[in-house]
Design a protein around this ligand. Sequence first.
Ligand SMILES: Cc1cc2nc3c(=O)[nH]c(=O)nc-3n(C[C@H](O)[C@H](O)[C@H](O)COP(=O)(O)O)c2cc1C
Length: 183
Amino acid sequence: MIEDLIRRRRSIFPDQYNDQPIDRATLFRVLEAANWAPTHKRTEPWRFKVVTGEKREALGAFLRDKYLDLDPSPKEFKAKKLYHNPQRAAAIIAICMQRDPEERLPEWEEVAATAMAVQNMWLVCTELGIGSYWSSPGLIRHMGEFFDLAEGERCLGFFYMGYYDEAPPEGTRSPLDEKISWE
Ligand SMILES: Cc1cc2nc3c(=O)[nH]c(=O)nc-3n(C[C@H](O)[C@H](O)[C@H](O)COP(=O)(O)O)c2cc1C
């Protein structure tokens, strides 16, 4: 049931990934699910930059160097983590949003559509036994210096992906009753 899959979806982080690569057909399958997200005015604003292989090292070096440049008191462990995390992942997908050039709808709707695309990917990853999570460090506002972003294209984070060995812990949520008012 789809409800079981939704509840089983977890954030699984790079230090939990093993070395197994993810083949291109599987990455395409995950992205295909993203492409079926709902989209107001059919702008299909989601854009993806798939980072694999040696480019992962370049991404890590960029994030580390930006952090060291910008943070007035950088911490060594954080710089190391920024560098190593992309290399622990089999693939990192930069989650980008292409703003409608005519601004026919509010920007939040295009961010929302992109987030729905990410949820589709996350659920397919869960089904395929691929660990994944959405990372949104403040550094994403500088990604135009690393990727070739089109006019109006913005990076909303990274979708880290990797196979893993250890079962993730069960998720928790606060009671739903507190979030509903029956009108
Ligand atoms: C838009 C968005 C951004 C997120 N950014 C981060 C992040 O920068 N770092 C992080 O550790 N987790 C991030 N997460 C993952 C959440 O921490 C995670 O979903 C939450 O702890 C619930 O855990 P679960 O995904 O296993 O249910 C993000 C999730 C979303 C939806």
